[in-house]
Ligand binder design. Structure first.
Ligand SMILES: Nc1nc2c(ncn2[C@@H]2O[C@@H]3COP(=O)(O)O[C@H]4[C@@H](O)[C@H](n5cnc6c(=O)[nH]c(N)nc65)O[C@@H]4COP(=O)(O)O[C@H]3[C@H]2O)c(=O)[nH]1
Length: 522
């Protein structure tokens, strides 16, 4: 945008400078013409007799002014060469006005006219530029603009009688600039530019022309400038919007979190219980996410992770965090299974060596934690190399679980081929399970149980919420269960307490037995 504005501004400046230069040259020519007119006039004026400021004298002065193009007023000084006796515009002065040296300029400002800094109320409001005096007469020129020259920040006024001669000067004098501003009338404004002369004197003619004039006279750069501004403004705002939106979108947030090594991802743990002994034999690791923009739940970010192709990076982050959380907790619990959800994409194709061969498995082995790889039933597709990956995982000590079983369309042969250690029956089959239920879903559970028992595969029921569901599952000899009935997924602090509490309860019968063996003697 800055570049576009620079281009637009350069175009305007170049155009503006050209305009200023031509206007300055025009002004200079008019000025020289005026001076020549004045010179021609003096001889004629000196011949006027009698010069007494009487009606006849004034009429003759007026007649001369009438026929002149560039002369606006004729002054008569008489014997007192510094005192104006009369003028063609103002008539006779009584008493005469002391003008001092009338070869100097007269400047007018908005609210007063100053002649040598002395207000002359009689001619207030009129704009007379310069009086050039020769002999008894002086002339004021028709306003053609003043000629000014500038060198660096010095500001000079040219002598009207000799444009090459500098008569007055000011350095940043605001009064003088104001005076010029007014003398230039509507042309003058807040922009001034220099058009340097080519001559030997290193002076630049300075004129001031309003920015409005410059822009107005150069409509096309102005149009381009505004168009550029509008378009760039629009594009920039769009871009900013997109960036902000991207940053706040789930995709942006997840990408940032993964890039920062998993900041914002927190593993939660949900206990997996043995339904016979009702003991916590393992847990499922379920990811949660929270950053400065708030929380995201798995149904909001799991698909995004897949779309971004960050599946393994994410799984590694979760496994590492879970191992760090659980290592101190599971030291005395051999056989405790930590189930982690895997993405199907990571188990397919050539990812097996690069991805599955990850150091996280070594970390798990070092911490003596047995991982269980959960893979969605919907992820089982014929013709993929998923079986090879699962074989590899099994070889490094990972057990295999088919998650959300019943929601996919895998046939039993496909499932058998994968040789899973565990099948997790989806919650929807558990939802309408009652003690005596004989619905189609409940019949499906029986089929799975038969299949699993024939193949030596364990079964876990997901989403157990009620005592009734639990009873029905225990009656069917389902091995494991998971659900809000036992506990919701929880952060590591709560999960540690949960395990501790369970361990304490297990010891109670022992304590009771001890109590019986060694009753308290009071
Ligand atoms: N209504 C009800 N819900 C229960 C009950 N017991 C457990 N759940 C919920 O059911 C989901 C079980 O996990 P899932 O089938 O693996 O389904 C998971 C899993 O497929 C995926 N997911 C979660 N964390 C991860 C992860 O770290 N990696 C991968 N790849 N997927 C994950 O997101 C899914 C949803 O996870 P969550 O929202 O944590 O939802 C969890 C859990 O909170 C219950 O009794 N009632």
């Amino acid at each position: 945008m800055a570049l576009m504005m620079l281009v637009a501004w350069t175009v305007i400046s170049v155009q503006g400078k050209a305009t200023l230069k031509s206007q300055t040259t025009e002004l200079l020519n008019k000025w020289v013409q005026s001076l020549e007119d004045g010179d021609r006039l003096y001889a004629q004026l000196e011949s006027i007799r009698p010069a007494d400021c009487g009606p006849d004298h004034l009429r003759r002065l007026n007649t001369i002014v009438f026929h002149e193009n560039s002369i606006s007023n004729i002054w008569y000084f008489g014997a007192e060469t510094t005192h104006a006796q009369c003028s063609s515009v103002f008539g006779a002065f009584d008493p005469p006005i002391d003008l001092g040296d009338p070869t100097r300029g007269l400047f007018s400002t908005d609210d007063r006219v100053t002649w040598y800094n002395r207000p002359i109320s009689a001619i207030e409001g009129l704009y007379t530029l310069t009086v050039v005096k020769k002999g008894s007469y002086g002339v004021s020129f028709t306003r053609t603009g003043n000629l000014a020259v500038a060198e660096d920040d010095q500001f000079y006024v040219a002598d009207p009688g000799d444009p090459d001669k500098i008569r007055s000067q000011a350095s940043g004098n605001p009064d003088l600039l104001t005076a010029y501003k007014n003398d230039f009338g509507p042309m003058v404004g807040n922009i001034y530019a220099r058009a340097c002369s080519d001559g030997s004197i290193s002076l630049c003619y300075l004129t001031m022309i309003s920015s409005v004039t410059v822009l107005w006279e150069n409509k096309w750069p102005l149009t381009i400038f505004f168009l550029f501004s509008c378009i760039t403004g629009f594009l920039v705002s769009q871009r900013v919007n997109r960036i902000v939106h991207k940053m706040r979108s789930p995709a942006g947030r997840i990408r940032r979190a993964v890039a920062r090594g998993g900041a914002g991802f927190v593993p939660y743990y949900q206990p997996i219980m043995t339904l016979e002994a009702m003991e916590c034999q393992g847990c499922e690791v379920l990811a949660r996410f929270e950053d400065e923009y708030g929380k995201l739940y798995p149904d909001q970010f799991i698909a995004t992770i897949q779309e971004l192709g960050l599946t393994w990076e994410f799984t590694e982050i979760i496994i590492k965090k879970a191992l760090k959380d659980l290592s101190p907790l599971l030291a005395g619990r051999p056989g405790f299974k930590v189930a982690v959800n895997f993405f199907q994409a990571d188990l397919e194709d050539d990812r097996i060596q690069t991805v599955i061969g990850s150091p996280v498995f070594k970390l798990a082995a070092d911490a003596k934690i047995s991982l269980s790889c959960e893979i969605l039933e919907t992820g089982i597709r014929a013709g993929t190399s998923i079986a090879k990956s699962l074989e590899y995982l099994r070889s490094i000590g990972c057990s295999i679980a088919i998650d959300d079983f019943g929601t996919g369309y895998s046939n039993l042969a496909q499932v058998k081929a994968l040789k899973p250690d565990l099948i997790k029956i989806d919650k929807m089959f558990i939802d309408d399970l009652t003690h005596n239920s004989d619905t189609a879903r409940s019949a499906f559970i029986n089929v799975i149980l038969d299949l699993a028992s024939a193949q030596g595969i364990s079964v876990c029921a997901e989403g157990i919420e009620t005592m009734e569901q639990l009873a029905a599952l225990r009656n069917r000899s389902v091995d494991f269960g998971q659900g809000y009935f036992f506990a919701k997924p929880m952060p590591i602090q709560d999960f540690s307490l949960y395990l501790l509490e369970k361990a304490m309860k297990r010891r109670i019968p022992e304590t009771e037995r001890l109590g019986k063996l060694f009753p308290l003697v009071r």
